[in-house]
Design a protein around this ligand. Structure first.
Ligand SMILES: [Zn+2]
Length: 150
């Protein structure tokens, strides 16, 4: 229901009768109305594509607003709900044998679509691009006793 939207001919504009997560359309249109009002914009059609396009187009401005943390939390919740419904949660693939440079745990993972080559499952600040990850692998391989020296 959240993904498909209400069956009523007209969009449900509030979520007062809703049980469970707020419908996507209500969340997106609420934020779009805030952007429209504050930026004096003409409202767009009320569907997921047009609403997300409006919000995306104004994202740099949204990021400067004092309510950006609320916006981020609600959009993150939407994403979490979508991933749960569609079973498209990103995979976390363990990267065995390489220690985290911060906590030294064998906790490095590669997560689908994250844009990072490696992240620590425990240290939120540890995010390595491909080059940093390869350097880390080489540095740790050199420390393994009996490793061949070239
Ligand atoms: Zn760590």
């Amino acid at each position: 229901m959240n993904l498909l939207g209400p069956a009523a001919r007209q969009a449900v504009s509030d979520a007062e009768d809703q049980v469970g997560p707020v419908p996507f359309l209500a969340v997106l249109s609420g934020w779009c109305e805030a952007v429209n009002d504050e930026r004096d914009l003409t409202p767009v059609r009320r569907n997921v594509v047009t609403l997300t396009a409006r919000l995306t187009a104004h994202l740099p401005w949204i990021c400067e607003q004092p309510w950006v943390t609320d916006f981020e939390a609600e959009i993150r919740d939407l994403l979490r709900v979508v991933q749960g419904i569609t079973m498209t949660r990103p995979r976390r693939v363990p990267l065995p044998g390489v220690r985290c440079p911060s906590c030294t745990g064998l906790t490095l993972v590669r997560e689908d679509h994250s844009g990072w080559a490696a992240e620590c499952g425990h240290c939120p600040a540890v995010k390595l691009d491909q080059r940093d990850y390869e350097d880390l692998v080489k540095a740790q391989a050199c420390r393994v006793p009996g490793a061949a020296k070239s």
